[in-house]
Design a protein around this ligand. Sequence first.
Ligand code: PLP
Length: 395
Amino acid sequence: MISEKMMQLGKKSSIIREIFEYGKKRKAEIGAENVFDFSLGNPSVPAPQKVTDVMTKLMNEVPAEVLHGYTSGPGDMNVRTAIAEYIKNKFGVDANAGLIYMTCGAAASLTITLNAITEPGDEVIAFAPFFPEYRVFAEQAGAKFVTVPCKQEDLQIDFDALEKAINKNTKAIIINSPNNPSGVIVPEKDIIKLTDFLKEKQKEYIKEIFLISDEPYRELVFTGEKVPYIPCYYENSFVCYSYSKALSLPGERIGYIFVSPTMKDAGDVYAAVCGAGRALGYVCAPSLMQYTIAQCLEDTADISIYEKNRKLLYEGLTDIGYTVIKPDGAFYMFVKTLEEDAFKFYERAKNFELLLVPSDDFGCKGFVRISYCVDTKQIENSLPAFKALYEDYKK
Ligand code: PLP
């Protein structure tokens, strides 16, 4: 027998992937320029030239047996030291290599962290809307996945809803800012409120409640707003970082986990991270990519293109009459659907060759997600289709 659970997981691809596959088929039928595919969060901007230059230099200068060889399980010591120095300088947090674990991107960072901290009976909270894989990762780690809706008007944390959901079984809360799918950034005042609240709850339940900051979009901010660095506010925190989005390297699978140095029993927690990495087979993240990112820590892709797309799309859609949650970061926009059922709205949008992702899988109703990490031309060309869709509803 095989695992029924895994088989089901493998058979049921995500709606985002389904839409993307549909888009490929449709493009073959009517021409790519006639399909407005806003489904995937695949960076459209190339990685900076520096990444190519560093990789080329590494390939020419580092002996192949080192470059393509195993690093130590948690990652190369020099790479982890460079990242720790970066965190120290940038955020003033006392990081060191012994608290950093190199991973294959944020997805691996999250599964490792959740496996490191949860035991049967534990609950993991995420604020909705959330990245759909959180449910898979939390449940696979053996935890119960609990969702807490954000306030509908601005998709910020609803503290009353959180108060109702938290209990003595809560082991961790995942926070993702800038957010996928909404692009919302949680402001510092709410981070302070959240962390104060959790400190009180830790006292009340006499246990640790971990805060996991999933931040692949940290650098994608278009408003000058500061994205608070969670370890500066809360002791029992993890940062799950990735170079997939800001450095446009999603296929290279590289990121890390940072265990806050102020974490209670940080050494043991880090050992649990190493143990979970080992148990899941996530040892030694890709060596060439480790060496590469260590030399590109201050770099990003040209994110001004996303900024341009965001402005164009936000203004275009609101001018037509759509209600849009203004995104401050990431490269997603959450738009209110023109009927209650987001899936039906998505189906109707398809008649206009608009491929949008209904919000149900993100844990909330009545929205679609638009990934605007696309060619700016696609946004320009899609606006008449958005207008026609709007008019179709209003007629
Ligand atoms: N977390 C969020 C919020 C994401 O949007 C994604 C990818 O889209 C991930 C995690 C996984 O990122 P990675 O490619 O680094 O595994």
